[in-house]
Ligand binder design. Structure first.
Ligand code: GDP
Ligand code: IMO
Ligand code: MG
Length: 430
């Protein structure tokens, strides 16, 4: 199988980074196809905790070449800070094993300032963005004014940048926000530009050649299905195609090249969300604290990128079925099974109730979830600590029952369950 796509089945933070790390050892390429440094992918390897925002999580393994695809928006400073961090942690970084598509778009400080100013202007209806400039950078792409990574090669790049900052300052002033220092941005880009040039490549050509040669590509999704610009809980979404089909536009791979592609949906054993928007199975108070954790552990539910407390709730099977459908998922990986140890019973949302009717499939997508009451199936919990378990048969019967119920609802098998953040804390369903 030449192509495996790792995609988030919920609102992001499902544990995609560590699952990519699991599959990356034997891959020839690991490629991000969407988003930017709004992502926060944590990978724990022994005593080291890597928090990756832009660079594919597979880079930690020595073999794969890491690719930032054309569907991404790239902040040069964030890129260089991250390569620096990785190098200091002993990861080999050089243009032989890391490439950025010439057609990816650049994020400038103007995009970040606009992101924040637009959120202020939205007031109570704010999206709760990460403030990384994602929306404004994709806006410039869609309105055909964006600067692309390949533009860094042009001799007059800095003039174009300066003109873009001038325009952004007009918009900032319209929003009542302070202008940004044009000269300082140009200076920062002058520095970053030199360092970035060796990494620029035609990654579409390279990936297509790799597929023709029978090499293995692992595509790393950022965010999750419910944050997709088309298929998510619009308008409380991000600005990119997070779903599996985003791989084809976001990497420049032809759809026919993907014969036998595997789409692995990563789903947390409960539901979380950062930022605003609907969340039918959300829980509060003591139960929320129990699922979220207090912040003492690195895996507790606080955002990797912004540090915000994540909203938490029971696993929503209606939204999971939807995610399986719009991604064409072939299998699931369930993460954080260890967090559910100690619950006497678990609630699994198996349908929504509205006006006397129960539905299991959404008919108009997930944007308007007002008025739906989750219908829960109560399942037995388990007391045992599962974090040291490595074989499926050793899982408590109730844990296997919970995973079976998820697979049944989703209509696809659960291939793996993770029982802790460490690389080897994984149980395979063989
Ligand atoms: P991503 O954005 O989908 O890559 O997910 P994040 O890295 O933002 O959030 C997932 C968090 O859960 C990280 O802190 C991971 O280290 C942690 N994690 C992943 N899988 C497990 C697991 O099975 N158990 C526990 N306790 N933590 C996990
Ligand atoms: P990973 O890859 C969770 C959310 C933000 C906000 C909305 C729009 O780590 O799963 P944006 O800055 O993208 O314009 O914000 O999307 N969001 C994420 N939530 N995990 C992420 O990435 C996210 N990236 C963006 O909180 O609600
Ligand atoms: Mg994350």
């Amino acid at each position: 199988m030449a192509l495996q796509i790792i995609v988030g089945a919920q609102w992001g933070d499902e544990g995609k980074g560590r699952i990519v790390d699991w599959f990356a050892a034997d891959s020839d390429y690991v490629a991000r196809y969407n988003g930017g440094d709004n992502a926060g992918h944590s990978v724990t390897v022994g005593p080291k905790l890597f928090k990756l925002h832009l660079i594919p999580s597979g880079i930690i393994h020595p073999k794969p070449v890491a690719v930032l695809g054309n569907g991404m928006v790239v902040n040069p400073k964030a890129f260089l800070d991250e390569t620096d961090m990785l190098q200091k942690a002993g990861v080999e970084i050089n243009p032989q094993r890391l490439r950025i598509s010439y057609a990816a778009h650049l994020i400038t400080p103007a995009h970040m300032a606009l992101d924040k100013a637009q959120e202020v202007a939205r007031g109570k209806g704010n999206i709760g963005t990460t403030g990384r400039g994602i929306g404004p950078a994709y806006t410039d792409k869609a309105t055909r004014r964006g600067l692309r990574v390949g533009d860094l090669l042009a001799p007059d790049f800095l003039q174009h940048l300066s003109a873009q900052i001038d325009e952004a300052n007009q918009q900032l002033s319209f929003l009542g926000a302070s202008p940004i220092d044009n000269g300082a941005v140009v200076e920062e880009f002058q520095r970053c530009r030199e360092a970035m040039l060796p990494y620029i490549a035609d990654t579409s050509l390279e990936l297509c050649n790799a597929i023709s040669a029978g090499q293995r590509i692992l595509a790393e999704g950022a965010q999750g299905t419910l944050l997709d610009i088309d298929h998510g809980t619009y308008p409380f979404v991000t600005s990119s195609s997070t779903v599996a089909s985003g791989v084809f536009t976001g990497l420049g791979i032809g759809v026919t090249a993907a014969e036998g592609a595997q789409v692995t949906g990563v789903c947390k054993s409960f539901q979380t969300r950062v930022g605003s928007g609907p969340f039918p199975t959300e829980v509060f108070d003591d139960l929320a604290l129990r699922l979220r954790g207090t912040g003492q552990n690195p895996w507790d539910e606080y955002g990797t990128t912004t540090g915000r407390a994540r909203r938490v709730g029971w696993l929503d099977g209606v939204l999971l079925r939807y995610a399986v459908r719009v991604n064409g998922m072939t299998e699931l990986v369930i993460t954080k099974l260890d967090i559910l140890s100690g619950f006497q019973t678990l609630q699994l949302c198996v349908g929504y109730h509205q006006n006397g009717k129960t539905i299991v499939d959404l008919s108009f997508g997930p944007s308007n979830l007002e008025g739906y009451e989750p219908v829960y199936q109560e399942l037995p919990g388990w007391a045992e600590d599962v974090s040291a378990i490595r074989t499926w048969d050793d899982l408590p019967a109730a844990a296997k029952g919970y995973l079976d119920a998820i697979a049944h609802l989703a209509g696809v098998p659960v291939r793996l369950a993770s029982v802790g953040p460490e690389r080897e804390q994984m149980v395979e369903n063989k």
